[in-house]
Write a protein that binds this ligand. Structure first.
Ligand SMILES: [Zn+2]
Length: 488
């Protein structure tokens, strides 16, 4: 029974792979940063509407977020993929050397454009199966802005959007095809500390001034000294997000932006509480005042073992995409260009394994993974060893390499969803296993109830670059692929 349903899904994906590739290419061309994904969000919402989904726009007060729903009743599966770009990673797709579409502009230096196509494809393929075979249940497809700033999904959880959900799956582009389970990465609090002082002419009458930047610098120094006496497992890093305007004006305002990362709720809170004390001390020393604002806060990411096992069986059944010689050549060329081993594209499925020790990175999917059983599928679409957040990760993300990866990812996600949706006892056992895995941990959002999403992020950068980027936007109804537009 389930195999017949899966066949319908796989056929749908094969028939629509080119459409999904074009959606991915269009989003690649928009290169929009977190919270400013206006074209991206619009393109996806239009596609969902066209295929009969209901859309709730701007969920959790985030203008570019949305929830697309289809079906009724239980079980409820959630798909949640991010679609934001990265600063200064503009790159012509398919060109294996640093060659920006627009110099200095943002781009897709990781490949979240492909994740967006996976979100759309997973929901549409599952809907096609449900319609054809009269399957009951609901799909909730979340459009997730600003993953790179770790913002959206904790807001969705806090605001109750996951309440009816039974299990969740997302996909992420990678240089392998596989999944893992257990505690995968750290959680964090992202907070900005803004000091206020009194401005003055720094040359003529500096004694009239109270430098907000002094507050920032002493806070940063204070935290660096404190670091020795905090657990060595921490990851804490900061940037001066506002250091004043120019040297001859004593800054009246200055800000420092921190990520406090650890592997559990209490430890993350501890790092943040310590920072508040250091900030108060720095304000006292300098005669400034200080206020902090939490921009986001996320739980560590953990993956349910049973869901990962089901996903893994489906990944094996689907198998690695068949790469062409040209695709392998492109992958090797970009690997050579950045000085890593020219290993090309992956050929084997990665074995299923438990995460050994959590990565010091974070993802805003974290909160979701503590409220419902969750699995992430890494689908192929990147050359082996390519560094993310780098122009080189954009080279293949806008080509047929990503298109083939998207198709493989959607197939694995929908097959996994179908296994669970068609076997109620299996879902019950997954939920029991999930509760055992969570153990005595009580999920309390790290995100305070009063915090509103930082929708101002990246506004100025996008305002600067968007007019130059618009000329290169890709129309997904075009017959040519985006990469072809840059072939010399
Ligand atoms: Zn990512």
């Amino acid at each position: 029974m389930t195999e017949t349903l899966k066949k319908t899904a796989l056929d749908w994906v094969d028939e629509n792979a080119s459409y999904l590739g074009k959606i991915s290419d269009a989003i690649y061309s928009f290169g929009e940063l977190g919270m400013q994904e206006i074209q991206t969000s619009r393109t996806l919402k239009e596609a969902f509407l066209k295929y009969g989904f209901a859309i709730e726009e701007g969920i959790s007060g985030i203008p570019t977020a949305f929830l697309a729903t289809y079906g009724a009743g239980k079980p409820v599966v959630a798909f949640l993929e991010e679609f934001d770009g990265l600063p200064n990673t503009s790159q012509k797709p398919g060109i294996p050397r640093h060659d920006p579409i627009v110099e200095g502009a943002p781009g897709h230096g990781e490949g979240h454009n492909a994740n967006a196509a996976v979100l759309l494809g997973s929901a549409l393929a599952l809907k096609a199966v449900m319609e054809k075979h009269g399957l009951s249940g609901s799909i909730k497809a979340f459009g997730v802005p600003a993953e790179e700033q770790l913002v959206s999904r904790p807001f969705f959880v806090r605001d109750g959007y996951l309440k009816e959900v039974d299990f969740a799956i997302d996909g992420h582009i990678h240089s392998h095809f596989g999944t893992s389970y257990g505690l995968k990465s750290y959680g964090l609090i992202s907070a900005e500390f803004t000091f206020s002082g009194v401005t003055a002419h720094a040359g003529v009458s500096p004694w009239r001034g109270v430098s907000a930047l002094d507050g920032v610098q002493l806070m940063n120094i204070g935290y660096e000294f404190l670091r020795e006496h905090l657990p060595p497992t921490l990851r804490v890093h900061h940037v001066t997000s506002n250091g004043g305007d120019q040297p001859n004006v004593v800054p009246a305002q200055a800000s420092t932006w921190y990520f406090f990362r650890e592997r559990d709720y209490e430890s993350i809170r501890h790092l943040y509480q310590k920072a508040k004390q250091v900030a108060a001390g720095a304000a006292l020393m300098t005669g400034t005042t200080v206020q902090d604002r939490i921009l986001s806060a996320v739980w560590p990411v953990r993956v349910n073992k049973m869901l990962a096992e089901i996903a893994y069986r489906n990944i094996r059944a689907i198998g690695m995409p068949r790469w062409s010689r040209d695709e392998q050549r492109l992958a090797r060329a970009v690997q050579r260009e950045i000085g890593i081993e020219p290993a090309g594209l992956p050929l084997e499925i990665s074995p299923l394994k438990e995460a050994e020790s959590p990565s010091g990175g974070s993802s805003d999917i974290g909160d979701v993974s503590w409220v419902v059983p969750y699995v992430r599928i890494d689908y192929p679409g990147q050359p082996i060893g390519i560094p993310f957040h780098h122009w080189s990760a954009g080279v293949c993300a806008g080509t047929t390499i990503a298109h083939k990866g998207i198709a493989a990812g959607v197939k694995a996600i929908v097959s996994t969803a179908l296994d669970v949706m068609t076997q109620p006892q299996l879902l019950t056992r997954i939920k029991q296993a999930f509760r055992r895995e969570i153990g005595h941990t009580t999920y309390i959002p790290l995100l305070p109830p009063e915090v509103s999403p930082p929708i101002h992020l990246n506004r100025e950068i996008m305002e600067k670059y968007r007019p130059h980027m618009e000329k290169y936007y890709y129309d997904p109804t075009s017959n040519r692929s985006y990469a072809k537009m840059f072939k010399s």
